[in-house]
Write a protein that binds this ligand. Structure first.
Ligand SMILES: [Zn+2]
Length: 93
């Protein structure tokens, strides 16, 4: 069982609103907690994908990521998702 605040162990963090590549520490956390949001520890929803990558969304804190499978899971932030974008994940309220 993963506690909601398990993400606080990440000390080297990227800006949650940026479109930067996540830090190696965040990437390691994601590898150890597959399918979980490094910002809040909640489950990520799978969204649009193509051959090489997939977008994922945290329904809890709205952080959105792009995970590239061609680069061993290199993950970029897509910032905080708007309600319009959440439609792509079936998470619109
Ligand atoms: Zn989250």
């Amino acid at each position: 069982m993963i506690r909601k605040n398990s993400h606080v162990k990440i000390t080297n963090r990227s800006d949650t609103k940026s479109h930067d590549t996540i830090t190696s520490e965040e990437a390691n956390w994601m590898a150890m907690n597959w399918g979980r949001c490094p910002d809040c520890g909640q489950r990520l929803l799978g969204g649009p994908k193509d051959r090489n990558s997939q977008n994922v969304l945290c329904e809890d804190c709205s952080s959105e990521y792009n995970i590239c499978s061609m680069t061993m899971g290199l993950t970029n932030r897509l910032g905080k998702a708007s309600d319009d974008r959440k439609i792509f994940y079936g998470a619109a309220k």
